[in-house]
Ligand binder design. Structure first.
Ligand SMILES: NC(=O)C1=CN([C@@H]2O[C@H](COP(=O)(O)OP(=O)(O)OC[C@H]3O[C@@H](n4cnc5c(N)ncnc54)[C@H](O)[C@@H]3O)[C@@H](O)[C@H]2O)C=CC1
Ligand SMILES: CC(C)CC(=O)C(=O)O
Ligand SMILES: [Mg+2]
Length: 359
């Protein structure tokens, strides 16, 4: 590989702080591997509203489409919550515009972080390594959101729907990924109540016919959220809809010690992938230099692996993250016997370590 072109969407809140650290690491990889790194920056979310009046300017879509991959921080903040054009609409919009229907969110426990997990050793057992495969461009987040008045009463409603085609493609993604892992898929729905979930379940069962080598089980989402903390080691791949996947992956992140640890890859119809941490813009800690950049850095590792097939380089980033956990910590995962690093120091350490590992 000679060159890579990345479109960078820093977004709001801690977005710029964490993306800057991830870019240091990406530059270190490219320097060490002789790859020419071309960066293009575009606006998304609140900052885009401030500068253009809309959360997803057409220019941002164009710049993403003209790149090999997209790196995103996070969007949102109270400042824009009262506006009809909220930052989150920009986020949903870019996922949809790029056809990114599969959101892969790996939740695993790094050995050094076992003590940071709120779960007891007896629950963690040999370790936890879950891949949440979340449908990302359909479901309730993309249905009609509206209000109406009935009998003088104001009613808010959001429509949840899935077509068989949408379920088929995400189920296929989950089964394919399970084949490269431990051959087990848990499909999470609420089929005891929701018609959309009944269709979801029937469709997953049908797709499973082509993947008999993969074990399939079904779980209602309320039970799944309980099982995640009772016995997380039972899960390999979890496939679920947009909203359930959003919620379950935040819950799964705490198993690994902090939401600041969970990376994600959003993949879809074309070769373009978007990579982002699973957390939001964390306005409560923005500008304080204490945000954990590891989720964003690990998202760069996913980018190198999924978009560029650069296994050695992705491994080096993951190794650097592992080494960092025995060297220093950001406050969210702090440990009494290790120094506390600010966001920047962590980025510098990771970039230096990646350089050394790839030298
Ligand atoms: N992908 C995205 O851009 C997302 C955006 N949001 C938006 O972000 C804003 C804040 O939402 P919240 O519900 O507070 O969720 P959040 O994920 O931003 O924060 C939840 C809690 O986790 C902490 N946290 C998050 N990331 C962290 C990190 N890297 N290091 C250390 N601590 C971290 C925060 O300080 C906060 O206490 C809202 O406007 C929301 O809509 C929320 C989720 C995803
Ligand atoms: C706008 C929301 C759907 C963002 C979010 O919470 C997520 O994608 O994890
Ligand atoms: Mg979320």
């Amino acid at each position: 590989m000679e060159r890579m072109k990345i479109c960078v969407l820093k977004g709001d809140g801690i977005g710029p702080e964490i993306v800057d650290q991830a870019l240091k690491v990406l530059k270190a990889v490219c320097d060490a591997s002789g790859i020419k790194l071309e960066l293009d920056f575009a606006l998304l979310g609140g900052i885009a509203i401030d500068q253009t009046g809309e959360p997803l300017p057409q220019q941002t879509i164009d710049k993403c489409k003209a790149s090999d991959a997209v790196l995103l921080g996070a969007v949102g903040g109270e400042k824009w919550d009262h506006l009809p054009a909220r930052p989150e609409k920009g986020l949903l919009g870019i996922r949809s515009a790029l056809g990114l229907y599969a959101n892969l969110r790996p939740a695993k426990i790094f050995p050094a972080l076992k003590t940071a997990s709120p779960l007891k050793d007896s629950v963690i057992g040999e370790g936890v390594d879950i891949l949440v495969v979340r449908e990302l461009t359909g479901g309730i987040y993309f249905g009609e959101h509206n209000r109406k008045t009935e009998n003088g009463m104001e009613i808010g409603y959001d429509v949840m729907q899935y077509s068989t085609a949408e379920v088929e493609r995400i189920a296929k993604t989950a089964f394919e990924l399970a084949r490269k892992r431990n051959h087990k898929v848990t499909s999470v729905d609420k089929a005891n109540v929701l018609e959309v979930s009944r269709l979801w379940r029937e469709t997953v069962i049908r797709v499973h016919e082509e993947y008999r080598d993969v074990e399939l089980n079904h779980m209602y989402v309320d039970n799944a959220s309980m099982q995640l903390v009772r016995n997380p080691a039972q899960f390999d791949v979890i496939v679920t809809g947009n909203m359930f996947g959003d919620i379950l992956s935040d819950e799964a992140s705490m198993i690994s010690g902090s939401i600041g640890m969970l990376a994600s890859a959003s993949l879809g119809v074309g070769s373009l992938g978007l990579y982002e941490p699973i957390h939001g813009s964390a306005p409560d800690i923005a500008g304080k230099g204490i945000a954990n950049p590891l989720a964003t850095v690990l998202s760069v590792a996913m980018m190198l692996r999924y978009t560029f097939s650069l296994e050695k380089e992705a491994d080096a980033i993951e190794k650097a993250v592992e080494l960092s956990l025995n060297h220093a910590r950001t406050p969210d995962i702090k440990s009494e016997d290790l120094p506390v690093y600010c966001t920047e120091q962590m980025g510098d350490f990771l970039a230096k370590t990646v350089r050394e590992l790839l030298a």
